[in-house]
Design a protein around this ligand. Sequence first.
Ligand code: KG4
Ligand code: ZN
Length: 343
Amino acid sequence: MYQTKEKFNSLIGRDDLLILGLESSCDETAAAVTKGRQILSNVIASQIEIHQRFGGVVPEIASRNHTLVFSGVIDTALKQAGVSLDDIDAIAVTSRPGLIGSLLVGVATAKALSFAKNIPLISVNHIEAHICANYANSELKPPFLALVASGGHTSIIEVKGYNEYNLIAKTSDDAIGEAFDKVARLLSLPYPGGPNIDKLSKKGNMFAIDFIKNKGVKPDYSLSYSGLKTAVVNYLHKKEQKGEEINIEDVCASFTRQAVDMLVDTLLCAANDLGYNTIAIAGGVAANSYLRSALLSRAGNKKIIIPPMELCTDNAAMVAIRGYLSALEGKDFAGLDLNAASV
Ligand code: KG4
Ligand code: ZN
């Protein structure tokens, strides 16, 4: 009989839980197995090559590819961890936010496994999961201030407890990763733009171009990348009109400096104002070399926590760890009526 709520309640307080994490909110199909905070396997099937020729993620193609590869990805994750589905204590799945069709594939897969094997299901918020990448193989404890900087989100969040998050600020328009991807597109660099801009920036002069005037940190810590993006567009148009050569490396380095400084200024200011001595960063843009070095060099006596590169971009280990922390405190149990939500 399907009685996962009772089984779920029996997991509370157990720190040796084996969790199967599933992630499909965008263009990565991922499955991972964790034991407590330890990662036993972390398998990611990236669709980057499939979407590259379109210059960005095509949602319908992303969902279809999730359905094609999920079974294989889950099998591999279980095999690499040396466990079977019968050993799994709970399945944690990203249910929001993200591309609705992609999320639905993960949620339907998780529900099918939960029903077939009578395994409790845990609903996971993707942004919180990014933050939880910082708990992997670590002793990190809340409270701390977190920055999630990804393709879909730029959020500053107070982590007050393992299950207590308080949103301080977010971008009002484009996320920082989206700004990197759009600027890369303007420069005819392949998708995803962030890593390519990062690579080229290392050869450029970050002080070559001042795209916008630094207006300082907003009192409500809000951020916006539309002004910077428009300034890059205008700069490139003017150069083209005048027939002048564009130094792509300088554009990449200068854009990166301005995009990242805005974020680091705001993050450090919020940490000071709110009294946080520990800052953890997460999300795809946390892989950016300049963001990492700028934050570390300007942190003063604040402790900066940065996950390893492979845990910055979308993965299922962070989802499994988010699920583990929920189960420990008996939170976020989901039934077969679990639905996906884009926001
Ligand atoms: O967290 P993520 O894998 O997916 C979302 O949840 O959005 O983040 C992907 C984003 C993309 O916009 C990508 O261009 C950006 O992270 N990114 C980077 C770097 N690596 C990935 N941006 C700047 N520098 C990087 N090294
Ligand atoms: Zn993400």
